[in-house]
Design a binder for this molecule. Structure first.
Ligand code: RTP
Ligand code: MG
Length: 141
């Protein structure tokens, strides 16, 4: 088992629903620790840069518009197998397909407004954490 870090974003829909605490509680119950956090209104440039891998996808513009539609809560989480653990807590991208009891099943309304982001691999997690947090903003390992 590896102690890992992953990047999580509570998206504008979930922030607007006032469920930051409920989502943090799920991280805590699963043994994931918050090692950095900030609330932020993303600029268009920041959102486009963050989701740059999806630039050519048909949903890119809608995704960026949604991500800048209100403030987001961004956190780096640490724990055993943090990347996969967080993806399990999140559930499937489309909340209609998300397993009962997952964050997306419980709080998301659609594939566009789907409550949370989570890194999909350890390598992308490192890039995504560095995208939002400087080393001095992260708890030391
Ligand atoms: P995320 O990156 O936000 O954690 O979501 P994910 O890994 O579950 O899904 P990904 O394939 O990375 O897609 C990023 C976000 O784009 C939107 N999307 N829309 N309409 C569509 O077919 C579609 N596919 C993806 C979703 O909001 C997804 O979270
Ligand atoms: Mg993704």
């Amino acid at each position: 088992m590896a102690l890992e870090r992953t990047l999580s974003i509570i998206k504008p829909d979930a922030v607007a629903k006032n469920v930051i605490g409920e989502i943090y509680s799920r991280f805590e119950k699963a043994g994931l620790k918050v090692v950095a956090a900030k609330m932020k209104q993303l600029s268009r440039k920041e959102a486009e840069g963050f989701y740059a891998v999806h630039r050519e996808r048909p949903f890119f513009n809608a995704l960026v518009e949604f991500m800048i539609s209100g403030p987001v809560m961004i956190q780096a989480l640490e724990g055993e197998n943090a990347v996969l653990k967080n993806r399990d807590l999140m559930g499937a991208t489309d909340p209609k397909k998300a397993e009962a009891g997952t964050i997306r099943a419980d709080f998301a309304d659609s594939i566009d407004a789907n409550a949370v982001h989570g890194s999909d691999a350890a390598e992308t997690a490192a890039v995504e954490i560095a995208y939002f947090f400087s080393t001095t903003e992260l708890c030391p390992r």
